[in-house]
Design a protein around this ligand. Structure first.
Ligand SMILES: Cc1cc2nc3c(=O)[nH]c(=O)nc-3n(C[C@H](O)[C@H](O)[C@H](O)COP(=O)(O)OP(=O)(O)OC[C@H]3O[C@@H](n4cnc5c(N)ncnc54)[C@H](O)[C@@H]3O)c2cc1C
Length: 368
């Protein structure tokens, strides 16, 4: 999991799948088949590569019109980030519901049986079981499979949505607090309230190229309803970068420090810390650690200063500067008193992400 590997994957996408993306992206042909999407999410999630560079390169390669669908999908990621930043209660609410779900598993044998069968790929629904195993084995699922999986979890198996989101966060190598929490809420009908996503057997047969023939799906469920929608808060302002020497702190939400807007600050030392998602699988932890190691090596070469995982007093009394960590595991343990920078991409897009996606979508031509 390195920036170089992300750039290589992206170059292959531009040369191959990219041209067909709009027409083929909804097909999940299975883990052994040719990909229909970029598979860049593990790199974008950690900002080993950034949204602005992939959008600029896709537009340069295909022209805006032909790149539009891909660009719009990248902006979904930006949208969810901005939305969770302004609705952090969606994250804390999810964490509380997931913890409550785990307590229920300890005391309710029926629920535990369904949950265990679902996560071990023994639900009896062919596609769902294949995806559960694929997720655990590879750490990844196609977007359409994530939608179907979440829908079957919630509406057919009637499992708590937060336990499903928690299962994804533990297993996905691109596990992302914003995209994951808000996508699960969206499938359940809690994001765009009352509008839920229903997995249908015919749609699954079609977009998996006939690999599956699921039976027993509940195709006419009601959306979930939770009494209190998450409250909106103001986007916290970013800090200004000081002049002179600073210590730069890296975390898993932003691992391309060479492109941070550091102004006239001079980076004298770099420290990094790794905050995994709760219960992260060994696959996810290994990806997190490899990504951090790669960023530290690059930072040391680029800034010409020592870079390592942080130890006590690593910053030598200098002001600590860090990329603003959006809501999630890194932000929850970021030391007090850090100066938090925000990239221009987030600064411009996040204020447009407080409601539904369409406001941000309409602004895309201006933003890029
Ligand atoms: C229930 C559910 C849970 C999800 N959990 C996560 C998660 O934890 N982490 C994560 O990165 N994505 C998540 N997604 C969004 C999406 O499934 C993945 O980003 C996408 O499958 C990644 O594959 P790709 O890189 O080949 O995407 P491509 O289709 O090639 O798209 C390019 C990039 O755009 C962004 N993107 C594409 N589709 C979406 C989308 N629907 N929502 C947000 N961003 C998108 C991703 O950064 C992606 O890498 C989830 C979706 C659902 C329905």
């Amino acid at each position: 999991m390195t920036r170089a590997a992300g750039l290589e994957r992206f170059a292959a996408f531009l040369a191959n799948e990219g041209a067909e993306y709009a027409g083929s992206r909804n097909f999940d042909l299975g883990p052994q088949a040719r990909s229909t999407t970029s598979a860049l999410s593990p790199y974008l999630r950690r900002r080993l590569i950034t949204e602005d560079e992939v959008v600029a390169a896709a537009v340069a390669a295909f022209g805006y019109e032909d790149a539009e669908k891909f660009v719009s999908e990248v902006f979904w990621r930006t949208y969810f980030k901005g939305h969770l930043e302004t609705h952090p209660a969606a994250w804390t609410g999810y964490l509380a519901l997931a913890a409550e779900g785990h307590e229920r598993l300890a005391t309710e044998p029926g629920l535990r049986r369904t949950y265990t069968a679902a996560t071990e790929g023994r639900s009896g629904i062919d596609c769902f079981d294949a995806w559960a195993l694929e997720l655990v084995e590879t750490g990844w699922l196609h977007n359409h499979a994530r939608m179907w999986f979440a829908s079957i979890w919630i509406f057919t198996l009637r499992l708590p949505w937060a336990l499903g989101a928690d299962f994804f966060m533990r297993q996905l190598v691109d596990g992302d607090p914003a995209s994951n929490t808000l996508s699960w809420r969206w499938v359940a009908g809690l994001h765009t309230r009352g509008k839920h996503y229903v997995a249908r057997a015919e749609n699954i047969r079609r977009y998996t190229d006939g690999r599956f023939d699921p039976v027993g799906l509940d195709e006419y469920p009601d959306a979930l309803d939770e009494p209190m929608p998450p409250r909106e808060v103001l986007l916290p302002p970013a800090d200004a970068v000081p002049d002179g020497e600073v210590a730069l702190l890296l975390h898993l939400d932003d691992l391309y420090p060479e492109s941070l807007p550091l102004g006239t600050a001079r980076v004298a030392c770099v420290g990094g810390f790794v905050a995994h998602a709760d219960g992260a699988s060994e696959l996810v932890k290994a990806a997190d650690e490899a990504a951090m190691a790669d960023a530290l090596v690059r930072a040391e070469a680029y800034f010409g200063c020592p870079a390592s995982l942080i130890e006590k007093d690593w910053f030598g009394g200098l002001p600590i500067v860090t990329a603003s960590a959006p809501v999630g595991p890194s932000a929850m343990v970021l030391p007090q008193g850090c100066l938090r920078l925000r990239r221009a991409w987030d600064e411009q897009a996040w204020p447009l992400a407080t409601g539904g996606y369409s406001r941000l979508r309409k602004a895309i031509p201006r933003l890029i």
